[in-house]
Ligand binder design. Structure first.
Ligand SMILES: O=C(O)CCC(=O)C(=O)O
Length: 286
Protein backbone atom coordinates (compact mmCIF):
# COMPACT_ATOMS: atom_id res chain seq x y z
CA UNK A 1 0.00 0.00 0.00
CA UNK A 2 1.41 3.45 -0.95
CA UNK A 3 1.52 6.19 1.66
CA UNK A 4 -0.36 9.34 0.61
CA UNK A 5 2.86 11.16 -0.21
CA UNK A 6 4.16 8.24 -2.27
CA UNK A 7 0.85 8.18 -4.15
CA UNK A 8 1.10 11.91 -4.87
CA UNK A 9 4.62 11.50 -6.20
CA UNK A 10 3.51 8.49 -8.28
CA UNK A 11 0.54 10.40 -9.66
CA UNK A 12 2.70 13.41 -10.55
CA UNK A 13 5.18 11.14 -12.27
CA UNK A 14 2.32 9.62 -14.21
CA UNK A 15 1.37 13.08 -15.47
CA UNK A 16 4.99 14.02 -15.99
CA UNK A 17 6.08 10.82 -17.74
CA UNK A 18 3.40 10.85 -20.41
CA UNK A 19 4.72 12.13 -23.78
CA UNK A 20 3.60 15.64 -23.29
CA UNK A 21 4.06 19.27 -24.09
CA UNK A 22 4.68 20.52 -20.58
CA UNK A 23 7.74 19.39 -18.68
CA UNK A 24 7.56 18.70 -14.95
CA UNK A 25 9.27 22.06 -14.44
CA UNK A 26 6.62 23.67 -16.65
CA UNK A 27 3.84 22.13 -14.59
CA UNK A 28 5.43 23.28 -11.36
CA UNK A 29 5.82 26.81 -12.69
CA UNK A 30 2.18 26.78 -13.86
CA UNK A 31 1.05 25.84 -10.36
CA UNK A 32 3.15 28.61 -8.80
CA UNK A 33 2.68 31.35 -11.43
CA UNK A 34 -0.82 30.59 -12.69
CA UNK A 35 0.14 30.58 -16.36
CA UNK A 36 2.50 29.07 -18.89
CA UNK A 37 3.46 30.31 -22.32
CA UNK A 38 3.49 27.72 -25.11
CA UNK A 39 5.66 29.22 -27.80
CA UNK A 40 4.51 28.29 -31.30
CA UNK A 41 1.52 26.50 -29.80
CA UNK A 42 -0.04 26.95 -33.23
CA UNK A 43 1.50 26.01 -36.53
CA UNK A 44 2.60 29.31 -38.19
CA UNK A 45 0.42 28.67 -41.28
CA UNK A 46 -2.62 28.08 -39.10
CA UNK A 47 -1.92 31.23 -37.07
CA UNK A 48 -1.49 33.26 -40.29
CA UNK A 49 -4.72 31.89 -41.72
CA UNK A 50 -6.64 32.74 -38.52
CA UNK A 51 -5.17 36.22 -38.48
CA UNK A 52 -6.18 36.81 -42.13
CA UNK A 53 -9.76 35.76 -41.34
CA UNK A 54 -9.81 38.00 -38.26
CA UNK A 55 -8.89 40.90 -40.56
CA UNK A 56 -11.73 39.91 -42.89
CA UNK A 57 -14.07 40.08 -39.90
CA UNK A 58 -12.56 43.35 -38.68
CA UNK A 59 -13.31 44.96 -42.05
CA UNK A 60 -17.03 44.66 -41.18
CA UNK A 61 -16.38 46.99 -38.24
CA UNK A 62 -14.29 49.47 -40.26
CA UNK A 63 -10.57 48.72 -39.79
CA UNK A 64 -8.71 47.55 -42.88
CA UNK A 65 -5.37 45.82 -42.52
CA UNK A 66 -3.44 47.99 -44.96
CA UNK A 67 -5.12 51.31 -44.21
CA UNK A 68 -4.11 52.74 -40.80
CA UNK A 69 -6.48 55.68 -41.44
CA UNK A 70 -9.32 53.27 -40.72
CA UNK A 71 -7.90 52.33 -37.30
CA UNK A 72 -9.96 54.92 -35.47
CA UNK A 73 -11.12 53.00 -32.36
CA UNK A 74 -8.72 51.80 -29.64
CA UNK A 75 -10.58 48.49 -29.32
CA UNK A 76 -12.77 46.36 -31.58
CA UNK A 77 -14.22 43.26 -29.93
CA UNK A 78 -16.28 40.45 -31.49
CA UNK A 79 -16.82 36.69 -31.14
CA UNK A 80 -13.93 34.71 -32.53
CA UNK A 81 -14.84 33.39 -35.98
CA UNK A 82 -15.37 29.64 -36.19
CA UNK A 83 -14.70 26.88 -38.71
CA UNK A 84 -11.63 26.20 -40.88
CA UNK A 85 -8.31 27.19 -39.31
CA UNK A 86 -10.01 28.12 -36.03
CA UNK A 87 -10.98 24.48 -35.56
CA UNK A 88 -7.40 23.44 -36.26
CA UNK A 89 -6.10 26.10 -33.83
CA UNK A 90 -8.57 25.29 -31.05
CA UNK A 91 -7.82 21.57 -31.20
CA UNK A 92 -4.05 21.81 -31.82
CA UNK A 93 -2.42 18.73 -30.23
CA UNK A 94 0.13 20.91 -28.43
CA UNK A 95 -2.73 22.63 -26.63
CA UNK A 96 -5.06 19.71 -26.00
CA UNK A 97 -2.15 17.74 -24.59
CA UNK A 98 -1.39 20.64 -22.23
CA UNK A 99 -5.07 20.78 -21.19
CA UNK A 100 -4.90 17.04 -20.44
CA UNK A 101 -1.85 17.59 -18.30
CA UNK A 102 -3.26 20.56 -16.41
CA UNK A 103 -6.86 19.43 -15.94
CA UNK A 104 -6.70 15.67 -16.37
CA UNK A 105 -7.88 13.72 -19.43
CA UNK A 106 -11.66 13.77 -19.94
CA UNK A 107 -12.09 16.46 -17.27
CA UNK A 108 -12.59 19.18 -19.91
CA UNK A 109 -14.78 19.61 -22.97
CA UNK A 110 -13.13 19.59 -26.37
CA UNK A 111 -13.53 23.02 -27.95
CA UNK A 112 -15.09 23.16 -31.40
CA UNK A 113 -12.74 25.98 -32.35
CA UNK A 114 -10.90 28.77 -30.59
CA UNK A 115 -14.05 30.32 -29.14
CA UNK A 116 -14.30 33.34 -26.84
CA UNK A 117 -13.92 36.88 -28.09
CA UNK A 118 -11.31 38.54 -30.27
CA UNK A 119 -9.90 41.73 -28.76
CA UNK A 120 -8.28 43.81 -31.50
CA UNK A 121 -6.34 46.75 -30.05
CA UNK A 122 -5.18 49.59 -32.26
CA UNK A 123 -2.39 52.14 -31.74
CA UNK A 124 -4.13 54.88 -29.79
CA UNK A 125 -3.82 57.18 -26.78
CA UNK A 126 -7.49 56.69 -25.97
CA UNK A 127 -8.21 54.44 -23.00
CA UNK A 128 -10.70 51.79 -24.20
CA UNK A 129 -12.17 52.02 -20.68
CA UNK A 130 -12.07 48.30 -20.19
CA UNK A 131 -8.82 48.27 -18.33
CA UNK A 132 -9.18 46.78 -14.92
CA UNK A 133 -7.84 43.82 -12.99
CA UNK A 134 -10.28 40.96 -13.06
CA UNK A 135 -10.97 37.25 -13.46
CA UNK A 136 -13.15 36.29 -16.41
CA UNK A 137 -16.59 35.06 -15.30
CA UNK A 138 -17.19 31.33 -15.58
CA UNK A 139 -20.94 30.82 -15.05
CA UNK A 140 -24.02 32.97 -14.93
CA UNK A 141 -26.28 33.47 -11.94
CA UNK A 142 -29.13 35.69 -13.06
CA UNK A 143 -27.59 38.35 -15.24
CA UNK A 144 -24.18 38.36 -13.62
CA UNK A 145 -21.11 36.30 -14.40
CA UNK A 146 -19.65 34.53 -11.39
CA UNK A 147 -16.70 32.41 -10.28
CA UNK A 148 -16.29 30.07 -7.37
CA UNK A 149 -13.34 28.36 -5.77
CA UNK A 150 -14.35 25.04 -7.38
CA UNK A 151 -13.88 26.53 -10.86
CA UNK A 152 -17.43 25.74 -11.84
CA UNK A 153 -17.74 26.10 -15.58
CA UNK A 154 -14.19 26.96 -16.54
CA UNK A 155 -10.96 25.01 -16.14
CA UNK A 156 -8.53 27.28 -17.98
CA UNK A 157 -8.27 30.69 -19.60
CA UNK A 158 -6.34 30.68 -22.86
CA UNK A 159 -4.80 33.66 -24.64
CA UNK A 160 -4.19 33.03 -28.35
CA UNK A 161 -1.86 35.60 -29.93
CA UNK A 162 -2.84 36.19 -33.57
CA UNK A 163 -0.33 39.01 -34.11
CA UNK A 164 3.07 39.87 -32.77
CA UNK A 165 2.63 41.52 -29.36
CA UNK A 166 5.47 43.58 -27.90
CA UNK A 167 5.38 45.46 -24.59
CA UNK A 168 4.31 48.53 -26.58
CA UNK A 169 1.33 46.85 -28.22
CA UNK A 170 -1.07 46.82 -25.24
CA UNK A 171 -0.33 43.27 -24.12
CA UNK A 172 -2.66 41.62 -21.62
CA UNK A 173 -1.11 41.96 -18.15
CA UNK A 174 -0.93 38.93 -15.86
CA UNK A 175 -0.36 39.05 -12.09
CA UNK A 176 2.04 36.24 -11.38
CA UNK A 177 0.75 33.96 -8.60
CA UNK A 178 -2.54 35.84 -8.15
CA UNK A 179 -4.63 32.66 -8.62
CA UNK A 180 -3.38 31.51 -5.21
CA UNK A 181 -4.71 34.66 -3.52
CA UNK A 182 -8.03 34.47 -5.35
CA UNK A 183 -8.59 30.90 -4.17
CA UNK A 184 -8.54 32.20 -0.59
CA UNK A 185 -10.75 35.17 -1.52
CA UNK A 186 -13.37 32.85 -3.06
CA UNK A 187 -13.26 30.01 -0.55
CA UNK A 188 -15.60 31.59 2.08
CA UNK A 189 -18.30 32.08 -0.57
CA UNK A 190 -18.56 28.38 -1.33
CA UNK A 191 -20.61 27.16 -4.26
CA UNK A 192 -22.46 30.43 -4.74
CA UNK A 193 -19.18 32.19 -5.44
CA UNK A 194 -18.93 35.89 -6.24
CA UNK A 195 -19.98 38.01 -9.16
CA UNK A 196 -17.48 39.62 -11.51
CA UNK A 197 -17.83 43.00 -9.77
CA UNK A 198 -17.68 41.52 -6.28
CA UNK A 199 -14.45 39.76 -7.20
CA UNK A 200 -12.93 42.93 -8.66
CA UNK A 201 -13.71 44.77 -5.41
CA UNK A 202 -12.14 42.04 -3.29
CA UNK A 203 -8.81 41.67 -5.06
CA UNK A 204 -6.37 42.24 -2.18
CA UNK A 205 -3.90 45.13 -2.38
CA UNK A 206 -1.12 42.62 -1.85
CA UNK A 207 -2.30 40.78 -4.99
CA UNK A 208 -2.17 44.01 -6.98
CA UNK A 209 1.40 44.37 -5.75
CA UNK A 210 2.42 41.06 -7.33
CA UNK A 211 4.75 40.97 -10.33
CA UNK A 212 3.05 42.13 -13.53
CA UNK A 213 3.91 39.97 -16.56
CA UNK A 214 2.97 41.28 -20.03
CA UNK A 215 1.66 38.52 -22.30
CA UNK A 216 3.98 39.29 -25.20
CA UNK A 217 5.06 37.03 -28.04
CA UNK A 218 4.62 36.11 -31.65
CA UNK A 219 1.56 35.16 -33.60
CA UNK A 220 0.82 31.52 -32.75
CA UNK A 221 2.12 31.74 -29.18
CA UNK A 222 -0.45 30.73 -26.58
CA UNK A 223 -0.69 31.50 -22.87
CA UNK A 224 -2.52 28.85 -20.88
CA UNK A 225 -3.72 30.38 -17.62
CA UNK A 226 -5.28 29.21 -14.37
CA UNK A 227 -8.97 30.26 -14.36
CA UNK A 228 -8.46 32.28 -11.14
CA UNK A 229 -5.50 34.28 -12.51
CA UNK A 230 -6.02 38.04 -12.19
CA UNK A 231 -5.31 39.84 -15.45
CA UNK A 232 -6.09 43.11 -17.20
CA UNK A 233 -6.02 44.73 -20.60
CA UNK A 234 -3.41 47.47 -20.74
CA UNK A 235 -3.23 50.84 -22.33
CA UNK A 236 -2.14 52.73 -24.14
CA UNK A 237 -1.11 51.03 -27.33
CA UNK A 238 2.13 52.79 -28.26
CA UNK A 239 3.19 50.36 -30.96
CA UNK A 240 2.64 50.59 -34.71
CA UNK A 241 0.68 47.42 -35.39
CA UNK A 242 -2.72 46.22 -34.25
CA UNK A 243 -2.73 43.58 -31.57
CA UNK A 244 -4.98 40.59 -32.25
CA UNK A 245 -5.87 38.30 -29.36
CA UNK A 246 -8.56 35.69 -28.72
CA UNK A 247 -9.35 34.82 -25.15
CA UNK A 248 -11.52 31.71 -24.70
CA UNK A 249 -12.13 29.61 -21.62
CA UNK A 250 -11.81 25.83 -21.55
CA UNK A 251 -14.96 24.29 -20.18
CA UNK A 252 -14.60 22.04 -17.15
CA UNK A 253 -16.93 19.02 -17.17
CA UNK A 254 -17.49 19.10 -13.39
CA UNK A 255 -16.26 21.49 -10.71
CA UNK A 256 -13.25 20.40 -8.68
CA UNK A 257 -14.03 18.68 -5.39
CA UNK A 258 -10.90 20.07 -3.67
CA UNK A 259 -10.85 17.04 -1.37
CA UNK A 260 -8.33 14.46 -2.53
CA UNK A 261 -5.01 16.08 -3.37
CA UNK A 262 -3.57 12.73 -4.41
CA UNK A 263 -5.97 12.66 -7.36
CA UNK A 264 -5.83 16.38 -8.17
CA UNK A 265 -4.48 17.66 -11.49
CA UNK A 266 -2.32 20.82 -11.44
CA UNK A 267 -5.15 23.40 -11.71
CA UNK A 268 -6.96 21.83 -8.76
CA UNK A 269 -3.74 21.16 -6.87
CA UNK A 270 -2.73 24.84 -7.02
CA UNK A 271 -6.04 25.78 -5.38
CA UNK A 272 -5.68 23.10 -2.72
CA UNK A 273 -2.14 24.24 -1.97
CA UNK A 274 -3.35 27.84 -1.61
CA UNK A 275 -6.09 26.69 0.78
CA UNK A 276 -3.66 24.63 2.85
CA UNK A 277 -5.37 21.41 1.85
CA UNK A 278 -2.17 19.65 0.85
CA UNK A 279 -0.21 18.38 3.86
CA UNK A 280 3.35 19.75 3.74
CA UNK A 281 4.80 16.24 4.01
CA UNK A 282 2.97 15.31 0.80
CA UNK A 283 4.46 18.01 -1.38
CA UNK A 284 6.23 16.70 -4.44
CA UNK A 285 10.02 16.90 -4.17
CA UNK A 286 11.53 19.40 -6.60
O1 LIG B 1 -7.58 42.75 -24.34
C1 LIG B 1 -6.91 42.22 -23.46
O2 LIG B 1 -5.70 42.36 -23.35
C2 LIG B 1 -7.58 41.30 -22.47
C3 LIG B 1 -9.06 41.51 -22.40
C4 LIG B 1 -9.63 40.92 -21.16
O3 LIG B 1 -8.95 40.41 -20.31
C5 LIG B 1 -11.06 40.95 -20.96
O4 LIG B 1 -11.69 41.91 -21.38
O5 LIG B 1 -11.57 40.00 -20.32
Amino acid sequence: MFSKSRRLVAQTQLVCNRPAVLSCEGIRSFEADGFIKIEAGLDPDVADHCSALIWTELAKYGPLEDDPQTWTEPLVRFPCPDGGPFVVAGTAPQLTSAYDQLLGPSRWRNPEGVGGNVFARFPSDIDPLQTKWHIDGAYRTGNAWHNNVYCKGKGLLVLFLFSEVSVNDAPTLLLRGSHLDMATVLEPFGERGLSFEEICQRIPDSTLGREVVPATGYSGDVYVCHPLLVHSPSWHHQGRNPRLLAQPGIRLEAPFALVDHTAAAPVERAIMAALGRIPPESSVPA
